[in-house]
Design a protein around this ligand. Structure first.
Ligand SMILES: Nc1ncnc2c1ncn2[C@@H]1O[C@H](COP(=O)(O)OP(=O)(O)OP(=O)(O)O)[C@@H](O)[C@H]1O
Ligand SMILES: [Mg+2]
Length: 379
């Protein structure tokens, strides 16, 4: 252990690996399969090798394009300007950054830390804890207290404690942190980062200046994706780019993951390859499913959908989400639409509680059959 310039050994820095799940690791068996084939991975006895092995490959790419300075971040201009102003006036308050995943929270505070401290100072002035570290009260009483209560002899100014994924901290740990934050404000600034603000106790919230990192807009994501595509020399069509942005729902990390996995599996990124790789139903699949449910008898519709689901490894949840958008667009009488939407919401709720997909598919097809009868009755 080297001399850190502290009176005590304070830093227990850990490497920050964001917990990252490639989109394929969720519902889509086909996506995983294709990806493993592209990577030449041996298949497990269940037919698929584990997601964990893929992590490191994906982390590499996403980490490569992690913004290094505040200027590299593509969004939340107001927040970044405010933080930049705090830093330049040397009045950085305690921060609480919250919002959905992949929106730049960790990148922002790491960029701030890099701006505040030189490479050599970093390890003695910054304590970074994330979900891979213990989140109980001991971490507050031990490393955090030690780090905050000591001063460095070579560097004036405050130290920075970054508590990433702070919503995973226990209530006891959060309560213990209240006092530590107050007591060592002179010496240390805290930055709490979380996805769910409601999991941070109000007392901690009130000690910090809060910034919400909302999902990124397509207008911001497209230029950044184009930048990565250019650097990596990847073949991406216009509709492929649109699919990347649509499926990532404002999560930049997710869009980079999908880009990489699709490219690795298919060599080119088009709407079709993106949807296939992530196991999302294609628009044409959804059109077919709707057509079957609205025009065929119950058994044929159920059988066709079941076959398509098995062939493409689609999840009923994804089908339901897409169909829901269509239902709003199809010209149903309002009362019929309402009934259908209520039934679809019930199916979604039951699916979320872990019920049998086959039975729920039956329920969905049945809901459409009832809708057809209602339309006929209303006509
Ligand atoms: N605003 C942004 N500008 C540029 N790249 C971004 C931005 N937000 C996210 N990214 C990309 O996504 C990756 C993950 O970002 P980051 O770790 O900052 O997200 P996060 O908000 O901390 O997510 P989580 O809540 O899951 O920890 C980065 O490495 C970067 O490639
Ligand atoms: Mg993060």
């Amino acid at each position: 252990m080297g001399f850190t310039g502290d009176f005590f050994i304070t830093s227990t820095r850990s490497v920050n690996f964001p917990i990252l799940f490639p989109p394929q690791c969720g519902n889509s068996k086909r996506g995983r399969h294709l990806e493993e084939r592209a990577l030449g991975k041996p298949r497990s006895k269940h037919g698929f090798s584990s997601c964990e092995n893929l992590h490191f490959i994906f982390i590499g790419r996403v980490e490569k394009y992690r913004p290094q300075t505040l200027g590299d971040l593509i969004s939340h201009e107001d927040i970044l300007n405010t933080i930049q102003k705090f830093i330049s006036e040397d009045r950085l308050p305690h921060l609480l950054l919250y919002g959905p995943p992949g929106t730049g929270k960790t990148s922002t505070i790491l960029a701030c830390a890099k701006q505040l401290y030189t490479g050599r100072e970093f390890s003695s002035m910054v304590l970074e804890l994330n979900a891979s570290d213990d989140r109980g009260i001991d971490i507050v009483r031990g490393p955090i207290l030690n780090f905050s209560s000591t001063r460095t002899i070579f560097k004036r100014g405050f130290k920075l404690v970054i508590l990433d994924e702070a919503d995973a901290m226990t209530q006891d740990a959060q309560n213990a942190l209240r006092r530590v934050i107050e007591k060592f404000t002179e010496n240390t600034r805290f930055c709490l980062i979380c996805n769910y603000l409601s999991k941070i106790i109000p007392a901690l919230q009130s000690r910090c200046t809060r910034f919400r990192f909302g999902p990124l807009t397509p207008e911001l994501m497209v230029p950044r994706l184009k930048h990565v595509i250019e650097k990596e020399n990847v073949d991406v069509s216009d509709d492929g780019m649109k699919a990347l942005v649509t499926l990532s729902n404002g999560d930049m990390r997710r869009s980079l993951n999908i880009l990489q996995s699709t490219y690795m599996a298919f060599g080119q990124v088009t709407e079709e390859t993106v949807y296939t790789c992530t196991g999302q139903p294609l628009k044409s699949d959804i059109a077919n499913i709707l057509d079957w449910m609205l025009n065929l008898d119950f058994s044929s519709a159920y059988r066709n959908i079941m076959e398509l689901k098995t062939l493409k490894g689609l999840a009923l949840q994804d089908i339901l989400t897409e169909i829901h958008l269509f239902v709003h667009r199809v010209d149903f009488p309002t009362s019929v639409r309402i009934q259908l939407l209520i039934k679809m919401a019930d199916v979604e709720h039951r699916l979320a509680t872990g019920t049998n997909e086959k039975i729920q598919l039956g329920s969905l097809v049945a809901a459409f059959q009832v809708t057809r009868d209602l339309i006929v009755a209303e006509a």
